[in-house]
Design a protein around this ligand. Structure first.
Ligand code: AMP
Ligand code: GLY
Length: 422
């Protein structure tokens, strides 16, 4: 079959890598793709937020199946447009994608189905939000309601930080996303991510992961999109995963079905684990980036069969072939990230690295210039490896990092430290 993947980061490179290994895949197109993706798929220029344009492209190129990587096309209704045109797609409708696009929507759904999460309140005026903050004190969490590219959350340890965040949001720091503000109870604990596929009804777990959000070693410094990840997450024990499934994920999926907006696609539950129990931090309606890279490294070609079963409502008969292995990815970012970075620095040594079912350098932000690979973003490479143990996966990933010659970039040397120290 002809398959189109929407997106152009490390997540989409990992999806393309897994899909291309499946014999069902005859032709693979990724829009817009990147220099790494171009080595295993065709890259196409396409406005991936425009449902009509995506439908027209699928008709021209005889695309049978579309996999949507990032959240923006989902929130923009690209899957709705594909559904209306009778083209199979992996990802939720815009209505179901509100689980990521609106924090208040998720909180209402949790309240309606009894899923454990932080106590919360929503505000549409600065004065009311500030009054609430003064009544509650710190630590406290302030969130812009809408999609804010991962920048709409302030975990405030002091009341002044929370008040400043509220003022900034109502002053328009996150545009329309901050027109409404959610104030939440601070939850202590250890975070982990739980990934399931849903076909509207059936829920199928496909793995757990943890990422490192801070730029600095020891999880210090400013927040980023993620500096590394590993799977599985040892903190998410089988018992906690079952509790999260029974008390959080399944009730949410049932509630969305009851509302007439069934959830189809991958559901990424961000969990806070404390005292042997999980509470929901947030949902994402897509694979995590870089969590997808470690999940795909572990699932391999079967990922396509699972995504197809999901899109076709056949998850009840699908099975995951689990390997007792571990995967770890190290993000290499351009110097200066998460602040402003210079584009165009040359990356050498990639061509000599092994690329097999255990080791892969996924490209997150690269382009090709005169036959050379150059940096084209903040997060640039995801150096990913699999091993029988997490330590083995880590050693294999850092051996590749050390063989990459890129003075314009850096990485953390301690990815996995928390899990390795358990
Ligand atoms: P979100 O975009 O909702 O995932 O928030 C980003 C990050 O903020 C999360 O990954 C957590 O680290 C942190 N966070 C969000 N909500 C809470 C909360 N209620 N308590 C503690 N930390 C939180
Ligand atoms: N790595 C976190 C995310 O994809 O949201």
């Amino acid at each position: 079959m002809n398959i189109l993947i929407l997106g152009g980061g490390g997540r989409e490179h990992a999806l393309a890598w897994a899909v291309a290994q499946n014999p069902k895949c005859d032709r693979l197109i990724v829009a817009p793709g990147n220099a790494g993706i171009a080595e295993l798929a065709e890259c196409a220029a396409l406005d991936i937020l425009d449902g009509d344009a995506v439908v027209a492209f699928c008709a021209e190129e005889a695309v049978d199946f579309v996999i949507v990587g990032p959240e923006a096309p989902l929130a923009a209704g690209v899957v709705d447009a594909l559904d209306s045109a009778g083209i199979r797609a992996f990802g939720p409708s815009a209505a179901a994608a509100r689980l990521e696009a609106s924090k208040a929507f998720t909180k209402e759904v949790c309240d309606a189905c009894g899923a454990p999460t932080a106590a919360w309140a929503r505000f549409d005026t600065e004065a009311a939000a500030l009054d609430d903050l003064r009544a509650r004190g710190a630590p406290i969490v302030v969130k812009a309601d809408g999609l804010a590219a991962g920048k709409g959350v302030t975990v405030a340890m002091k009341p002044e930080e929370a008040e400043a965040a509220v003022r900034e949001m109502f002053a328009g720091a996150h545009g329309a996303a901050g027109a409404e503000v959610v104030i939440e109870e601070f939850m202590a604990g250890e975070e982990a991510s739980f990934f399931v596929l849903c076909d509207g009804e059936t829920v199928l777990p496909i793995g757990t992961a943890q990422d490192h959000k801070r730029v600095g070693e020891g999880d210090t410094g400013p927040n980023t999109g993620g500096m590394g990840a590993y799977s599985p997450a040892p903190v998410l024990t089988e018992a906690i995963a079952r509790q999260a499934l029974d008390e959080i994920v399944k009730p949410t999926v049932a509630e969305l079905a009851r509302r007439g907006t069934p959830y189809r696609g991958v559901l990424y539950a961000g969990l806070m684990i404390d005292g042997g129990r999980a509470r929901l931090v947030e949902y994402n309606v897509r694979f995590g980036d870089p969590e997808c890279q470690v999940l795909m490294m572990r699932l391999g070609a079967q990922a396509l069969d699972l995504m197809l079963a999901c899109a076709e409502g056949r998850l009840a008969e699908a099975r995951v072939n689990w390997a007792e292995d571990h995967a770890l990815t190290v993000v290499m970012a351009a110097n200066g990230y998460p602040g402003p970075v210079a584009k165009g620095s040359q990356i050498r040594g990639l061509g000599e690295l092994p690329e097999d079912s255990r080791r892969m350098v996924f490209h997150a932000g690269t382009s090709a210039r005169d036959g050379q690979i150059v940096a084209a973003g903040g997060r640039v490479l995801n150096v990913t490896a699999r091993g029988a143990t997490l330590a083995e996966a880590r050693d294999a990933a850092y051996a590749m990092v050390d063989a990459i010659d890129w003075p314009g970039g850096f990485c953390r040397r301690d990815i996995g430290w928390r899990a390795l120290g358990r």
